[in-house]
Write a protein that binds this ligand. Structure first.
Ligand code: EPZ
Length: 417
């Protein structure tokens, strides 16, 4: 088992270039299965979730090849299987996108119940409800989901909760359906827009991605021979912005879309951090003590749950008392136990955490509990007094490309052993 050894007390300075978005890439790859042709996708982060996804696509008969370090070519002309291997699909969350993509292209799909980070209950009832409304029959038995349909027919689907996964999955299932599908109360995250842009670039007819209602006019076929570039990862960008603030450093976060980070920018300004916004980069500098603040996580454009653990590190070092209310996941405060081992004073009650600001953190052996918890603990270790050992770093490899190289280039002392 690999771990990071981090020598702390580092002020991070310099520039970092942001990779393509994990949560967009792992939706675009299954989306490529809808295309009866060859697609080239650039700016794909080479992370473990993407690697597993590539393996699954190959088992379904697609030809998948890295033609450059961040460019994938996917040829889905000879798709010959609709059963995704259960041992692989159970390893990552986004395997549920194979259901929408295979139903759309082949009218049947069998996929293991999706795995992914343990953030509490992660139901997929809204995905299933949507497929059924499009005419599919869906069975969930013995750890797998099997769906089939003669022909998907568009209809209006109202989601009971705002769900990133259900929104994307129903877009995937609807693009080749008969007639028009209207999705209401949808998620608006940048990766939803990215999936719609990608599919439109190969012939789909999707209108309204990024708003509360998405209309999909079914088309007969999606055509390949197209190159598309994945949107920059706003969560990775936000992670480095917070790292700059917490370490009282100075980081130019390059290759990002600043408007995707408006809520974090506003929060950092409120906490006394300097944030300069340029066309495709953001500079974050901090040379004074952070001020306490309250955070509530919400679907986009609210404060992202995927930056909640990272901002938690900032709040445990801020002047005064802060509160975080987590509104998306039941179990996203597991990282606070590890921060408390480092000297933080955090108390958690249900989906609320109270942070009493402390002067500093001290290095300790700490355990990642999920992807974003791992990123938060890495930031904490970088600024703590002394040395930390960070375990379970396979979590961080799921979603951050070259994370230790990027932090090292900013001055951090991290060794992977
Ligand atoms: C996506 O998860 C992301 N994962 C998560 O990223 C992210 O935390 C989450 O969206 C929220 O932004 C991927 O894109 C692969 P949801 P997803 O469906 O799609 C409830 C990370 O660290 N819900 O938007 O699984 C659900 O319980 C991660 O990168 C239902 O009740 O999340 C939750 O409370 C982890 N029924 C809320 O909706 C459903 O059918 C939002 O979940 C679906 C969801």
């Amino acid at each position: 088992m690999e771990k990071f050894i981090i020598k702390g007390k580092t002020k991070l300075t310099g520039e970092v270039s942001i990779s393509g978005a994990k949560n967009a890439a792992i939706a675009l790859l299954p989306a490529a299965l809808l295309i009866d042709g060859v697609t080239t996708i650039e700016n794909v982060p080479n992370i473990s979730d993407v690697q597993i996804c590539c393996k699954i696509l190959k088992t379904l008969g697609a030809k998948v090849k890295w033609i450059e370090s961040n460019t994938l070519r996917i040829d889905a002309r000879d798709l010959d299987c609709t059963q995704a291997p259960l041992d692989m699909t159970s390893k990552f969350r986004a395997s549920y996108y194979l259901l929408g993509a295979l139903l759309g292209r082949c009218h049947k799909a069998e996929v293991g119940l999706p795995g992914g980070c343990n953030l509490g209950a992660r139901p997929i009832d809204q995905h299933i409800k949507g497929f059924e409304l499009l005419g599919a029959s869906v069975d969930v038995t013995q750890g797998k989901i099997a769906a089939k349909v003669k022909k998907l027919v568009g209809t209006t689907i109202y989601f009971d909760v705002v769900s990133v996964g259900a929104t994307i999955n129903l877009i995937l299932a609807s693009v080749l359906a008969k007639r028009t599908t209207i999705l209401t109360n949808v998620a608006k995250e940048p990766h939803i827009v990215d999936v719609a842009n990608f599919l439109n670039s190969v012939g789909a007819d999707i209108i309204g991605a990024g708003t509360d209602i998405i209309k999909i006019n079914g088309v007969d076929k999606l055509v390949g021979n197209h190159t598309y570039s994945v949107v920059p990862d706003q969560i990775e960008a936000g992670t480095f912005m917070i790292a700059a603030a917490v370490s009282r450093g100075d980081i130019l976060v390059k290759n990002c879309i600043p408007e995707h980070l408006d809520c974090l920018t506003a929060k950092l300004l409120e906490m006394g951090v300097s944030v300069d916004v340029y066309d495709d980069s953001i500079r974050v500098t901090c040379n004074k003590k952070l001020q306490a603040s309250n955070v509530i996580t919400l679907p986009y454009p609210g404060f992202p749950t995927d930056l909640q653990p990272q901002i938690g590190v900032a709040l445990c070092l801020a002047n005064g008392t802060s509160i975080i209310s987590e509104s998306i996941w039941d179990s996203r405060f597991q990282y606070t136990n590890e921060l408390n081992k480092m000297g933080a004073q955090i108390t958690v009650q249900g989906k609320t955490a109270v942070f009493e600001g402390v002067k500093g953190l001290t290095g300790a052996p700490i355990y990642s509990t999920d992807l974003r918890a791992a990123a938060a603990l890495l930031i904490a270790a970088i600024v703590a007094n002394g040395t930390s050992e960070l375990y379970n770093i396979h979590y961080i490899d799921r979603g951050y490309e070259h994370i230790e190289d990027k932090f090292r280039a900013l001055g951090a002392n991290i060794e992977r052993v």
